[in-house]
Design a protein around this ligand. Structure first.
Ligand SMILES: C[S@@+](CC[C@H](N)C(=O)[O-])C[C@H]1O[C@@H](n2cnc3c(N)ncnc32)[C@H](O)[C@@H]1O
Ligand code: SF4
Ligand code: SF4
Length: 390
């Protein structure tokens, strides 16, 4: 790949690179044309799983499909060439059911791709934990939906709480022994069943030695998120919203003093989400930021497929007529929605993007400010020219 002057500058100056990326997502959303590839690429290797959790939609569909090792590697070949420097999340189903999981990860890492994975922990014994620590993954998340077997197992499966906590202990121990490895996270799905335990989750993950805790609210009717119903099971009932508020207060207080919890947005938005009155001005998705590749090869952001990687390249899927149509529906989706992988709030407002860039430029003591500013202006000019075209 031949690098031009802009590439070299962006590579060396983080905030200029961010400016370029934010502009690309901003104008992609405004024009409907993909000026940049998705930041997040979720690869659902297979929907096979050790469990059938009550809230999970993925194990109800596409059980007879699986992406081959070669197909996933081919996807990585493409991603490695992208300007977006996308981050891949290997998911499923249960990704560690795949015998070729470490072959897949090793290939992606060799291509310099940032890869994460999320697991229910059922298969992560001491031996697997050691392998995970040395395979090059950037983050390994284990899902934990309660602080006790009573809660977690009722949602997931008998014995699943102990397995998840053991998996975390194995990962922490393997990391301490080897002195390196991916960040170890816990993902907790917020729902009616565990709303009283959200804050307590902090004490549990701290005791185990987990490095990062991420909460995300439940989605119901996953097959078609745009039509999610708010009276479905798992949805936090009105009667429990006050409990949720108290939990949020305590989590924020803890996070301010101690970190550990990674907020993907203002946690008080969870209240709006479950009340059903979240507005697009508060949180909105960007149809260009996220894609999921299903075990059948279908590429989706939210809603209809963009195309299938068995029939065309991933890059062609992103630029297909179907992708264009699907994104129009996404842009007009009015559902109160808090999906974080789909959002890129930094790119929502053009003045916000410019302000952030100028703030960084002001504090830049290492680079020639005039050169950086000239480059940033030329990026803006390029979009101005593009927008003039019919
Ligand atoms: C589909 S699972 C696949 C990975 C692995 N089997 C696991 O459970 O972590 C990926 C994540 O989605 C979460 N999840 C499942 N059903 C969900 C739902 N209805 N709404 C929000 N998240 C959900 C899981 O808890 C998990 O953190
Ligand atoms: S373990 Fe993960 S993929 Fe399997 S059923 Fe539960 S949430 Fe779904
Ligand atoms: S707001 Fe976006 S991510 Fe959420 S359901 Fe609608 S289209 Fe999907």
């Amino acid at each position: 790949m031949i690098m031009d002057r802009k590439d070299v500058l962006c590579q060396n100056i983080g905030y200029l690179k961010k400016f370029e990326r934010d502009l690309a997502y901003h104008f992609s959303e405004k024009t409907g044309y993909p000026y940049i590839e998705p930041h997040w690429v979720y690869v659902s290797l297979s929907h096979r799983c050790t469990y059938r959790c009550k809230m999970c939609g993925v194990v109800k569909i596409l059980q007879n499909y699986e992406l081959t090792t070669e197909r996933v590697k081919h996807v990585f070949d493409e991603i490695a060439q992208w300007r977006a420097k996308s981050e891949v999340v290997l998911t499923g189903g249960e990704p560690f059911l795949r015998k070729d999981i470490f072959d897949i990860i090793a290939y992606g890492i060799r291509k310099n791709i940032h890869i994460e994975s999320v697991s229910n922990g059922a298969l992560i014994d001491q031996e697997l934990a050691v392998k995970i620590m040395s395979c090059g993954l950037h983050n390994i998340a284990v899902s934990l939906d309660g602080v006790s077997p009573e809660t977690h197992d009722a949602i997931r499966a008998k014995g699943s709480f102990d397995k998840a906590v053991n998996a975390l202990r194995n990962l922490v121990q393997a990391k301490r022994r080897s002195g390196h490895g991916p960040q170890i996270s816990v993902w907790t799905t917020i729902m009616n069943e565990n709303v009283t335990e959200l804050y307590e989750m902090i004490a549990l993950v701290r005791e185990v030695g987990v490095e990062c805790l991420v909460y995300h609210p439940v989605i119901v009717v996953q097959e078609n998120m745009q039509n999610t119903l708010s009276d479905a099971p798992f949805w936090i009932t009105k009667a429990k919203l006050e409990i949720l508020k108290t939990q949020i207060d305590k989590i924020i207080e803890y996070q301010k003093k101690n970190g550990l919890v990674a907020f993907l947005h203002d946690p008080y938005l969870w209240l709006n989400y479950f009340e059903g009155n979240l507005k697009r001005e508060q949180w909105k998705c960007n149809p260009f930021v996220f894609i999921n590749i299903g075990p059948d090869g279908e590429v989706r952001s939210c809603g209809d497929s963009f195309g299938n990687i068995h029939k065309m390249s991933l890059s062609s899927c992103l630029r297909s007529e179907d992708a264009y149509e699907a994104r129009i529906l996404m842009k007009t989706c009015a559902k109160p929605c808090l999906q974080t992988c789909w959002a890129h709030p930094d790119a929502d407002s053009l003045s916000g993007i410019i302000k952030e860039f100028l703030d960084q430029l002001r504090h830049d003591a290492h680079n020639d400010k005039k050169t950086v500013l000239r480059e940033a202006l030329s990026m803006l000019n390029e979009y101005e020219e593009k927008l003039k075209q019919p």
